[in-house]
Design a protein around this ligand. Structure first.
Ligand SMILES: Nc1ncnc2c1ncn2[C@@H]1O[C@H](COP(=O)(O)OP(=O)(O)O)[C@@H](O)[C@H]1O
Ligand SMILES: [Mg+2]
Length: 236
């Protein structure tokens, strides 16, 4: 993926991830799963949304055939990105799941699908919990050869749910799908064979091994001794 031009200092071009992309000139997603990590505000959502727009998805989320808008808050980054397919094959299908707007996507699924929600496990996503409906989507609607852009899917999921998603992702990768996922979840960061791109506060985008990803390091330190960790933290 390439950034074509740099139109100055306003949002989204001062977001750390976008500054990192500007100085790198391009970002490569050369494994079937790429995980984008980094602190709150580092620009993960901005980046995922920009890729989604450049790939032809509705910026509010959904498949490429979804074309609805509630309040336009997506950035203009996507208009400046060029996606280059190294495998040379256009994705057969796909889905963009924006962290903030799953409710709107669920409403659109309900509106479009009058055939008993076959692609979603037979139940309207409004009649399932957030996590259940997300796993319905991944199980029934995600398919081979797709491009899946997910923004913090762990927001909906229990630990078991994250593990179920990892298993489903591995199946879909086997059948030629690609995932780009913004996540804070140490479980999702453990996706086998994935590339982890971590955005630091200055905007540098680094490839890091699982054991050095900040979410993994911090979670390990916390879980090793929660009381001690919290006592230190609260003592400032
Ligand atoms: N529509 C917007 N207009 C202006 N600033 C925004 C907008 N959306 C996000 N930002 C800012 O851009 C930065 C990166 O946001 P975001 O991509 O959501 O970060 P992350 O997903 O990594 O937490 C934040 O500082 C946020 O306040
Ligand atoms: Mg975000």
């Amino acid at each position: 993926m390439r950034l074509d031009e740099v139109p100055g200092g306003k949002y989204p071009f001062r977001v750390p991830a976008v500054r990192g992309l500007v100085s790198a000139g391009e970002l490569r997603f050369d494994t079937p799963v790429t995980l984008i990590a980094g602190g709150n505000g580092s620009g993960k959502s901005t980046l995922i949304e920009g890729i989604a727009v450049a790939a032809g998805f509705n910026p509010e989320g959904g498949s490429t055939s979804f074309n609805f808008a509630t309040r336009p808050s997506e950035s203009s980054l996507g208009e400046h990105l060029t996606l280059v397919r190294t495998a040379g094959r256009k994705p057969r299908t796909g889905f963009f799941l924006r962290a903030e707007s799953y409710y709107n996507v669920a409403t659109e699924i309900e509106r479009l699908d009058e055939n008993g929600f076959d692609s979603y496990g037979g139940v309207s996503p409004h009649h399932r919990s957030h996590g259940e409906s997300f796993l319905d989507l991944a199980t029934h609607r995600f398919g081979p050869g797709g491009l899946y852009l997910l923004d913090e899917p762990e927001a909906a999921l229990s630990v078991q749910g994250c593990l179920a998603l990892l298993v489903r992702m591995a199946d879909l990768v086997e059948s030629g799908s690609q995932f780009i996922i913004a996540t804070h979840s140490p479980i999702l960061l453990a996706s086998p064979g994935a590339t982890i791109l971590e955005i630091d506060p200055a905007g540098t985008i680094d490839r890091v091994p699982f054991d050095r990803a900040e979410a993994v390091v911090m979670t390990r330190a916390f879980l090793a001794d929660p009381n001690r960790f919290l006592t230190k933290l609260m003592a400032g």
